[in-house]
Design a protein around this ligand. Sequence first.
Ligand code: SF4
Ligand code: SF4
Length: 352
Amino acid sequence: MKVEVDTEPLRDTRKAIVEMMFSEGNHFCPGCEKSGDCDLQHMGYEMGVSRSRFPHLFKDRLIDFNPRRMVIEHNRCVKCHRCVEEVITDEGKKVFSFVNRGNETVVGIDYEQEKKLTKEQAINAMHICPTGAILVRGQSLARPFGDRKYDMFSAQKAAKEEEATPKTKKSAKKKTIATISLAGCFGCHMSMLDIDLGLLDLIEVVEFNKSPINDIKEFTKQCDLGLIEGGCCNSENVEVLQEFRKKCDILVSLGECAIWGGLPAMRNTIPLGECLEESYLNGMTSEAGETIIPYSQDLPKILDKVYPNNEIVKVDYFIPGCPPDANHIWKVVKNLLFGDHYSVLYSEFKYD
Ligand code: SF4
Ligand code: SF4
């Protein structure tokens, strides 16, 4: 018998399972204490998950602050069973167990047994968890960014592969790029500028059309490539995105917000009415007597949730990151426009 364990279909199936984990939970890596130390995130980078092919569920599960020193974030649990098997008190009692059945299964915690864990045992439980589902108060950010488990790993790998990347050849005709920020923070645009002097080389081979980079507000011609930052949270975002789809031969979702909603999609677990009330009526900064929810025919209509761009129009490619690394962005662009050799470096492939 010949047993194959590393074929293309198997790799794709494994990748699909990891994508399902990202879609099933709420994994907002840029706001997660475990980022850089997280096995799930690391697996995503290793497998080249640039987006999930499954729709995000945006479930609103409990974040349990009741344990004495832990916080259990059920939206990040991947039900791996590690805590159930390995977190044991000195008296030999289990602290975690699974409760409920099927897709309602969650990790239950015995508050009395959790109290009996020593500080070291509690911290060990946090490290056993492959995601940021088990956190220990005051300890979850003890290791600074840059020193985290996979930060070191990425630096080594990048240095080794960097040398292999060749330079773009000048083509006779400049290619045209358009860019826009929809429900984003302009962080992806700032990242584009991070190639610094590399921009001078780039301007030799491409020109910008409609873009906040040059402040051209309307398309003046059909473009080769469109880079979209941010997803769609209102009717204007949808119209602009549809225009980009028409005017750009290749459309790329740039960054987590464009790919699946990103941090703005944190509101997707809360009904729109509650979000507006919290922002405009009950928020700490609302002025007494001025508490109205703004409405005007001229304002874009807010959508019920934040949508990834590929749920509105066909998107051809996805560049992950929050924001994506500048080198990663321009390598992808040069690959799409000029066919340059392109290899994905772990250090440039980031969700946070
Ligand atoms: S760092 Fe890990 S646990 Fe935290 S949001 Fe990202 S994938 Fe989820
Ligand atoms: S170790 Fe973490 S991810 Fe695994 S079942 Fe426990 S809480 Fe969930």
